[in-house]
Design a protein around this ligand. Structure first.
Ligand code: SAM
Length: 218
């Protein structure tokens, strides 16, 4: 077992499973995806630390536990078409790709979109489709989705994303009045015109910037 594989095993056992993520498919995905590949080389010694890490452009790769918790919260059966907003490094998209069928992921910053597209292809994730643009508007041509995860914090739940959920599917998103502290909400489309919302936990994400998020000037 390589140094990184050992660190990954420990990360899953203590940071993820130890804190209450029990989905077998999510744990297996976290055991498989090489997180060290998704962060700049000079930071690789910290790849399996219990926290977020900078990935350039003022953005971060999320804490491993938070990635696993959010994906588990989607309650996927496997095989679904899912949407992620905030591709960033591509790490969460890769974990999702191990759990779902096809992953559609949107990143607003061109450099990050380009970098993650290349890396995901290099690692063989041909079921991940990256687009550069404003993810608050979703990906209407591919809707409805069996799950949507937003990995940046917005002032509210974007209506466009809610409307791109399949009936029975959930959207998991950090929502808050300030740009640095949010509550993680799960919105489930229980019928064509009926949504249920619950608060899962407190989180801290970079801002969701876009038409149905925070304004660009901040
Ligand atoms: N999921 C990422 C990963 O695994 O590395 C971490 C994402 S980082 C916490 C949040 C990302 O959301 C940033 O890369 C940021 O540029 C992006 N973002 C913010 N607003 C966005 C928007 N409206 N549409 C798409 N991406 C957005």
């Amino acid at each position: 077992m390589s140094k990184y594989e050992k660190q990954r095993e420990r990360m899953v056992k203590y940071q993820v499973e130890g804190r209450g993520v029990h989905s077998d498919v999510v744990l297996a995905a976290m055991r498989k995806v090489p997180r060290e590949q998704f962060i700049p080389e000079y930071e690789r010694a910290y790849a399996y630390n219990d926290g977020p890490l900078p990935i350039g452009e003022g953005q971060t790769i999320s804490q491993p536990f938070v990635v696993a918790f959010m994906i588990e919260a989607l309650k996927l059966d496997g095989g679904e078409k899912v949407l992620e907003i905030g591709t960033g490094s591509g790490y969460a998209a890769a974990v999702l790709a191990e759990v779902a069928g096809d992953v559609y992921t949107i990143e607003r910053l061109p450099d990050l979109a380009e970098r993650s597209t290349q890396l995901l292809a290099q690692l063989g994730y041909d079921n991940v489709h990256v687009r550069c643009g404003d993810g608050t508007l979703g990906w209407p041509e591919q809707a409805p989705f069996g799950g949507i995860v937003v990995t940046a914090g917005g002032p509210d739940v974007p209506v466009s994303l809610r409307e791109q959920l399949a009936v029975g599917a959930s959207l998991v998103i950090p929502v808050g009045d300030t740009k640095s502290y949010q509550e993680l909400r799960r919105v489930t489309r229980v019928a064509e015109d009926d949504y249920e919302s619950e608060t899962l936990t407190a989180v801290r994400f970079v801002p969701l910037v876009g038409e149905q998020g925070w304004p660009t000037e901040y």
